[in-house]
Design a protein around this ligand. Structure first.
Ligand code: UD1
Ligand code: UDP
Length: 368
């Protein structure tokens, strides 16, 4: 009788959890696969919100988040913690997601043990090491380490093949982000925040990228306030990331406005449902660029580049940078020009059909 394959799934931030939890469910349902979950706690509150929403209880928790922690301290803590977890879990394979410090460091710890690594959401690239920083390095380094590359799109596969990854190691599966949306968005959803926004155009904002911290982010926020002032029918909902370097300028520049609501990070069920009912989205997030196209919500991407060109080609995403004047101009244009808005507000699905986790689990069952 063949023994079960022991998989260790490692993640630590909100977006990894949103996209790994559907895979946890799939793997747990397969008798041939044994699922262990290790969270690093790179994010604490924002991670726990997602674990609660999906009902996932980790087997290991490194609990590494510390105030004002540098990337080097974070990397060291995860690497040391992973040694202990790999001893205890004795996995046959380690699965990591995307491009965070958690994902890179967990892959490195597995590499040091000569353990196979599976990379979910493999092959995203900007080919600019400074944007996003440090994520472009993280994901390229994970590619070097991994044996199994689960690419969300054909474009991601092409990127990997262009870097010399053997084609038989690359599997195009769709993105598990879309799997999550299928379970969270509900017709009968209600929320007092939606009552507050009733009768207005609701604009959802998020921001957190490290390369935007400081002057670019301040410029983005000033642009948002200025355009909101000029459009009395617009209300802004901004669940503020917990990074203190985001919170301070958000409060200072966007606080105290009757049509701008700053809240704590929203539970993922709330966020997805509110996104589905918003007019448009301004963000520098990666995951939101995947979710918004399938909901038909226009996104102004407040970054210089994106590793998600599929949504740009489909017309739902527009990359506008973080310059104050440009953000203000593009935001106003989308509010004032119904044709420009209609051209972007089309539901398209470049990131899969909601069955990515199922495909990945199928492949994991078959791999040696
Ligand atoms: C991290 C990832 C980034 C991902 C983002 C998603 C890295 C280098 N960056 O960036 O790729 O897009 O998460 O949000 O891996 N904090 C809390 N509570 C929380 C979460 C964060 O207090 O639940 C605060 C802490 O002070 C923490 C800081 O936010 O030190 C920054 O968190 P960190 O994970 O280091 O970086 P992010 O910018 O969130
Ligand atoms: N999200 C959430 N609550 C919020 C803001 C975002 O649940 O208040 C979700 C969002 O739907 C997406 C993920 O968090 O699934 C994106 O996380 P984030 O923007 O922090 O990271 P990135 O995707 O940029 O790495």
């Amino acid at each position: 009788m063949s023994r079960t394959k022991r998989l260790l799934l490692v993640f630590g931030t909100r977006p990894e959890a949103v996209k790994m939890c559907p895979l946890v469910g799939q793997i747990q349902s397969r008798p041939a696969l044994e699922c262990q979950v290790c969270v690093t706690g790179q994010h604490r509150q924002m991670l726990d919100q997602v674990l609660d929403a999906f009902g996932v209880t980790p087997d290991f928790d490194l609990d590494v988040m510390r105030p004002e922690q540098s990337l080097a301290q974070l990397t060291g803590a995860v690497l040391a913690g992973m040694e202990r977890v790999l001893d205890a879990a004795a996995p046959d394979m380690v699965l990591v997601y995307g491009d965070t410090t958690t994902a890179f460091t967990a892959a490195l710890a597995a590499f040091y043990r000569r353990l196979p690594v599976g990379h979910v959401e493999a092959g995203l690239r900007t080919y600019d090491m400074a944007r996003p920083w440090p994520e472009e390095f993280n994901r390229r380094a994970i590619t070097l380490i991994s044996q199994y590359h689960f690419a969300p799109t054909d474009q991601a596969r092409e990127n990997l093949l262009g870097e010399g990854v053997p084609p038989e190691r690359v599997y195009v599966t769709g993105n598990t982000a879309i799997d999550g949306l299928a379970t969270t968005v509900r017709e009968d959803y209600v929320n007092p925040l939606l009552d507050w926004a009733a009768g207005s155009r609701l604009v959802l904002v998020t921001a957190h990228r490290r390369e935007n911290l400081g002057p670019p982010m301040e410029g983005m926020f000033r642009a948002i306030r200025r355009v909101t002032d000029a459009h009395p029918d617009v209300k802004i909902l901004y669940p503020v990331h917990m990074n203190p370097a985001v919170r301070a300028p958000a409060r200072e520049i966007l606080g105290g406005h009757e049509r701008i609501r700053l809240t704590e990070p929203l539970d993922v069920v709330d966020f997805h449902n509110i996104m589905a009912r918003s007019y448009l989205i301004l963000t520098d997030s990666g995951g939101i660029q995947e979710e918004a196209p399938s909901l038909g919500k226009p996104v102004l991407v407040m970054r210089q580049t994106t590793e998600r060109p599929e949504g740009v080609r489909a017309g739902t995403l527009r990359v506008v940078g973080a310059d104050e004047q440009t953000v203000a101009r593009e935001f106003s244009r989308l509010l004032d020009d119904p044709a420009a808005y209609a051209a972007m507000a089309r539901a398209v699905n470049p990131y899969g059909d909601g069955r990515a986790s199922e495909r990945i689990a199928d492949i994991l069952e078959k791999t040696e």
